[in-house]
Design a protein around this ligand. Sequence first.
Ligand code: SF4
Length: 221
Amino acid sequence: MTAQPETFAHSCSDCGLLNCYRRDKRFPDFCLTETTDRALVERSADTYRGDGPEARMAHAAAEVEGTYYGKLTRVEEIIAFANRIGATRIGIATCIGLIEETRIFTRILKAHGLQSYTVLCKVGSVDKCDVGIPDSLKVKQGSYEAVCNPVLQAELLNEQKTDLNVIVGLCVGHDSLFIKHSAAPVTTLITKDRVTGHNPAAALYTSGFYYQRLLHPTSKL
Ligand code: SF4
């Protein structure tokens, strides 16, 4: 194994050319397309060829993008994607705070001929203190407060043999655990952001003024 440098070199977020997309400009000196071993590039491309599961997903995603670009909502895109990969059993890993949105989503899935099975983040009802999280970190201190249980969410959906799992508003980190333990492929309907009404990009759009603190932190988060 080659030793990794302590700090990262330039990467795609430092690139102003994005030439890999249409090849109508030039590649920068540090370009990841240019510096990556072609055998590695070809190996990745190979996974999209043929009719393996990755290829089917890649082609389904491309078909949804190409057919409906800018026309369908994400709710509809998930249904279109599910149809194209032959997924009929949809698992939903939902946050308790978004259960009403999840209920609506299940009705929409049903209206499109898809069945769904939902597991709430608090499933198992294990108190946070039982797993070593101090009471001081509870949202409502001194009360019974179940820990989010994304591992159990994933395992219960795995038991149901879902074809595709959809995240509805899991917290940062809980989503990571859910994805890690899910047997079925995972996509996200709602990315939780309690401050921006679940639109995390809003903080980036407004970082030049209202959310300047993002670029000028005064303490370590
Ligand atoms: S792959 Fe190369 S051209 Fe594409 S964004 Fe990264 S650095 Fe830029």
